[in-house]
Every structure is written in C-alpha cells, then in structure tokens.
Design a protein around this ligand. Structure first.
Ligand SMILES: Nc1nc2c(ncn2[C@@H]2O[C@H](COP(=O)(O)OP(=O)(O)OP(=O)(O)O)[C@@H](O)[C@H]2O)c(=O)[nH]1
Ligand SMILES: [Mg+2]
Length: 309
C-alpha cells in the first residue's frame, strides 16, 4: 500500500538531520570560496556524522573530487546539489514486492523491544482502515498486559478490531485471529509480537512457531514480515537488522523515529548495504506519521540548502 507521501511532511520529519547537515556545511562556506582539501575532509565527516556510512561517504567524496578540482571556486548550494544528485543516482529503488490480493493480507511485525512495533502497527492499521479495509490487530505479545493495552489503544484510534488473550501462547491467539479473519472475510491482519525474550534461541522458537501457525491457516501467509528498526540507534540498527534476519525471514524494514535523530543518513546506509528493502519510515508518534520509503525523495529532503523563508 502506498501512503500519500507529501514531500513537506518528509522534510518536516527529517528537519533535525537536515539542520545538522546545513549547519555543518554552512560553517565551511562563507559565500563562494576555493575548494580545499580540508573542506573535502570536513564534508566527508559531515556525511559520516549523518550516518550515511563510511564507505558510501568515501565514494561520494571521491566523486566530488573528480568533479571539482581543488581551488575551484564553489558555493554551498552547488556542492549540496552535487551531493544530492550523486546520492540520488546511487539510490535506485530495490524491487518491491507485489501486494498480495489474497484475503486476509497478513502482516507479521517483529523487532527488538522499544523499536516501535506497536506504534507502527497502529499507523499501518489506520492507513488500511482509512482506505476502507477491514483490519484486525493481533496481540501476539501475550505475557505483558501493558503490551495488550497499548495495542488496544491503537485499535481504538485506528478503528481496527483487536484479538487478544492474556497469558496464553502467542501462536494460539494468532491461530484464532486468522481463522476468524478468514471466516469473516476481513482484509488485513497485523500481528504484534514480543520484542524481548530471554535468549535469541527462545525468540527464534517463538517466531518460528508463529510462522508455522500462520501457514497452517493461510499457506501463503505471512504476506509481509516487517522488522522495525529504531533509526536513533544509528549504525547499530544495521547490525540489528542483520542479526534479526538470521532469526526469522524478513521481507521489509520499517525504519522508525527518523524525526528523533540528526542521523537520518542511516536510511541511506541501510538501503545501500542490506538486501532487505526499507519499505516504511516513521516520522513521528502520531498515527499519520508514516510514509513509504522513496530513496530519491528521501535524499532530496535530507540535502537541501536552508530555506530563506
Ligand atoms: N518520535 C518518534 N517516536 C516513535 C516513532 N515510532 C515509535 N515511537 C515511540 O517509540 C516508543 C516505543 O514504541 P512502541 O511502539 O511501544 O515499541 P515496541 O517495539 O512495540 O515496544 P515493545 O512492545 O516494548 O517491544 C514509544 O514511545 C513511541 O511513541 C516515530 O516514528 N517517531
Ligand atoms: Mg509493543
């Protein structure tokens, strides 16, 4: 599903990151100045500080070097435009999945605790509900009463139904939810899961069991397994994504809290370095603060010379 991606909102969400980039860049440029080696180094550091990643930052600086000889007079707008164009060109979209038309369309949401699973589920539910779909949320984190309550709040906000059962095996709730959704012809089922289990082994066993139960009811499901990654954890998010995808198959990433970091370059690093596509981004705590990740608009929103108005 595509969200009404307004560029203005994307820019708003990335304002911290953009401001930091702009501040650092404007210290280097006082009007038009001859390009120096030191400036190149500082531009490189600026890119790295935005969490774009060391390798990619180096490549970009090399390209800048090729296009702008030392001592050539440049201004900030020209350099930022060059960086933006270069990055955009590298950010070709990864092949997206075909949206499943089978009913119900099952989305399994996994991720480390606190990365934003439940909030992101609320946002997804809202958007599907708004599009006229009948949505069922499943509280697969059954051992924490607060987790169920939190999902209940998002079900109210989004107008989605809720399936919950306290203190049972998560896969039992998932089984009941899918059967009910199938019988009643619901459109979308979104499953919340626990983020913390004692060991990676336990987590693997539980997620595996959930996957098997889903398939028992709907063999082609889950149609999407979405992993939430907290953007404010920077490069650790990359490591987390790698580790998690070894525990359970992951189709898409949902990169959350991009509004809360000045290191918005992490989305670019993840897009560049992982085979798992970033499909959604979270730009705030409100229900509408979700967008599809479009790498080119993302780069554009991140690299913009400060507006004068
Ligand atoms: N600023 C901002 N905050 C977010 C975003 N997404 C989630 N949060 C906040 O992050 C915190 C954790 O979110 P949850 O949705 O509870 O995370 P969770 O993964 O379900 O956590 P557990 O259930 O404990 O595993 C909450 O305070 C959310 O409001 C976002 O895109 N931007
Ligand atoms: Mg939760």
């Amino acid at each position: 599903m595509l969200f009404s991606a307004t560029f203005k909102k994307l820019k708003q969400g990335l304002s911290r990151s953009r401001t930091q980039l702009n501040n650092r860049m404007s210290k280097l440029f006082t009007g038009s100045v001859p390009l120096t080696e030191q400036m190149l180094e500082e531009i490189e550091e600026t890119l790295i500080s935005a969490d774009i990643g060391v390798d990619l930052s180096l490549e970009i600086i090399e390209n800048l070097r090729k296009n702008f000889p030392l001592n050539q007079v440049v201004d900030m707008a020209t350099v930022v435009a060059f960086l933006r164009a270069d990055l955009s060109q590298r950010m070709t979209s990864k092949p997206g999945e075909a949206e499943g038309h089978e009913k119900p369309y099952v989305i399994l949401v996994v991720g480390v605790n606190g990365t934003g699973k439940t909030t992101s589920i609320g946002k997804l539910a809202h958007h599907y509900s708004k599009a006229g779909k009948k949505v069922l949320l499943v509280a697969g984190d059954t051992f924490r009463a607060a987790a169920i309550e939190q999902l209940a709040i998002w079900s109210e906000r989004s107008g989605a139904e809720l399936m919950q059962k306290e203190a049972t095996d998560p896969s039992a709730v998932v089984f009941d939810a899918l059967q009910s959704a199938k019988q009643r012809g619901l459109d979308v089922v979104i499953i919340d899961t626990a983020g913390r289990l004692h060991t990676q082994k336990n987590l693997m066993v539980e997620l595996d069991k959930i996957q098997r139960v889903i398939k028992k009811v709907i063999p082609s499901a889950p149609h999407e397994t979405v992993l939430t990654i907290d953007a404010t954890t920077g490069q650790n998010g990359l490591i987390q994504a790698r580790q998690f995808s070894q525990v359970t198959p992951v189709d898409h990433l949902f990169l959350t809290k991009l509004d809360g970091t000045a290191k918005g370059g992490i989305a670019i690093a993840i897009h560049h370095n992982l085979d798992i596509p970033v499909k959604y981004i979270g730009l705030g705590e409100q229900i509408e603060d979700i967008q599809n990740f479009d790498p080119v608009s993302y780069v554009e929103a991140l690299f913009q010379v400060r507006e004068t108005h």
